[in-house]
Design a protein around this ligand. Structure first.
Ligand SMILES: Cc1cc2nc3c(=O)[nH]c(=O)nc-3n(C[C@H](O)[C@H](O)[C@H](O)COP(=O)(O)OP(=O)(O)OC[C@H]3O[C@@H](n4cnc5c(N)ncnc54)[C@H](O)[C@@H]3O)c2cc1C
Length: 389
């Protein structure tokens, strides 16, 4: 399998960059600030920004034209998401990059017709409800129960770590429709409006300030038409969506590295023929190589998607490398900044605008988000190396 960015992709990227450069600077700046503060939840400006892109026909890069997309390759979709990410602008994270493509593959005609245009218009935002208090890595243990009653399911249970739960309009929900011992063969996936009666969302603030939520479901009624695929056959949609999600852990380490390099240059740490300056330059150079490796992992996955293969081990490798590298880069920064490095982001006195402090604080959290790194290692061992489960 080749990873090729050819003339068509470069042209696409150039056009996208000049479009973004020409966008209303007030909208871009407000969105950027909001997004740096909390990249996982497009709020007021993020929603406005995505709607603007939608109105200009910029969303749905790889989606089929019959669903209102641009009909381009997954590689171009990935480049689009990366470009926005690198500018610290929202790229439609879970909605456009995870739920949308999974729905396009696994939803029925009516579901595609109902939701895909709304996603492409920037009108709806999804949160994802898999994890529960006693079901995280072992997701097949989930207990939120959906019981069929005529043309509806009645759902009861609790979800944990639903990121974006307080701003989402819709929920991509995994619930048990079979017996607990059926494990992953007894799970169905549904789409539910977040304002459906019986849904309560409470905030959870994690280390580093990343926001997520707990969601309680009490007698929530979901029409059968909102089930994705057959009853008890939701696991395939969960796995597919998770692999899309791990592919879109993005090249954030490039941003952290920029912060580190800019801070070191401003602090004159790279100047002069000293052992310390050489050593820091070398470390920054090593991180830069690792940032490129991170991008290659992701590009490889994007190329596979272009060829119709959902990346498994590749998505896991991308996710691990991304998270660990981000932590290493921030670590280097704070080691060199010293004690003032602990001044929290948000303070005007925080060195490197607090980005490295924030990155280091939130890094351990992201070893969990999207599935823990230990579980990703298992997936790589099984899928890539053919080792037994
Ligand atoms: C910031 C953030 C955002 C999140 N967003 C969402 C979201 O939007 N939607 C959603 O559904 N979930 C979300 N999650 C939940 C995330 O997917 C889970 O945290 C993750 O799957 C781990 O589950 P757990 O927290 O229950 O930990 P556990 O599964 O209890 O794991 C605890 C520790 O044990 C290790 N462990 C467990 N099983 C094994 C094993 N078999 N082999 C080796 N080690 C193992 C884990 O690696 C981990 O270190 C989010 C989590 C975070 C932190």
């Amino acid at each position: 399998m080749q990873t090729v960015i050819g003339d068509a992709q470069l042209e696409f990227l150039e056009d996208l960059r000049s479009y973004l450069d020409d966008l209303d600077p007030d909208l871009v700046e407000a969105t950027r600030r909001e997004n740096i503060e909390d990249p996982m939840q497009p709020r007021e400006h993020g929603r406005r920004f995505l709607r603007r892109l939608a109105a200009d026909g910029r969303l749905g890069v790889s989606w089929p034209t019959e669903h209102g997309g641009q009909g381009r390759s997954e590689l171009e979709h990935w480049l689009f998401a990366e470009e926005l990410y690198s500018r610290r602008l929202p790229n439609g994270l879970l909605t456009l990059n995870v739920v949308g493509p999974t729905l396009a593959l696994m939803g029925d005609e009516a579901q595609r017709a109902e939701y895909l245009p709304q996603i492409l218009a920037g009108d709806i935002v999804f949160a994802i409800g898999y994890s529960e208090p006693d079901a995280g890595s072992d997701l097949a243990a989930l207990r939120t129960r959906a019981v069929r009653s005529g043309d509806e399911y009645i759902v009861n249970g609790q979800k944990m770590w639903t990121t974006g739960g307080s701003v989402a309009t819709h929920y991509w929900l995994a619930a048990r429709t079979g017996a607990p011992e059926d494990r992953h063969r007894g799970i169905s996936v549904f789409i539910v409006p977040m304002d459906a009666p019986g849904i309560t969302v409470t905030p959870i603030i994690t280390q580093g300030g990343e926001r997520t939520t707990a969601v309680f479901l009490d007698d929530v009624r979901i029409p059968v038409s909102q089930r994705i695929g057959g009853e008890n056959e939701g696991w395939a949609a969960v796995v597919c969506a998770l692999n899309f999600e791990r592919m879109f852990f993005h090249n954030e380490p490039r941003w952290e590295l920029r912060q580190l390099a800019d801070w070191a240059a401003a602090a004159d740490l790279l100047e002069g023929d000293t052992a310390a300056a050489h050593s820091l330059q070398e470390t920054i150079g090593e991180h830069a190589v690792d940032v490129e490796i991170c991008r290659l992992f992701a590009l490889r996955g994007a190329s596979m998607l272009t060829e119709g293969v959902v990346p498994m081990a590749e998505a896991s490798a991308n996710k691990i490398w991304w998270g660990e590298l981000r932590q290493r880069i921030c670590d280097t920064g704070l080691d060199h900044i010293g004690v003032t490095g602990t001044i929290a982001h948000g303070s005007p006195h925080a060195p490197a605008h607090g980005h490295l402090e924030h990155g280091l604080q939130s890094s351990p959290v992201w070893r969990f988000g999207g599935g823990t790194n230990e579980i990703q290692l298992d997936i790589i061992a099984e899928q890539r190396l053919g080792m037994p489960r």
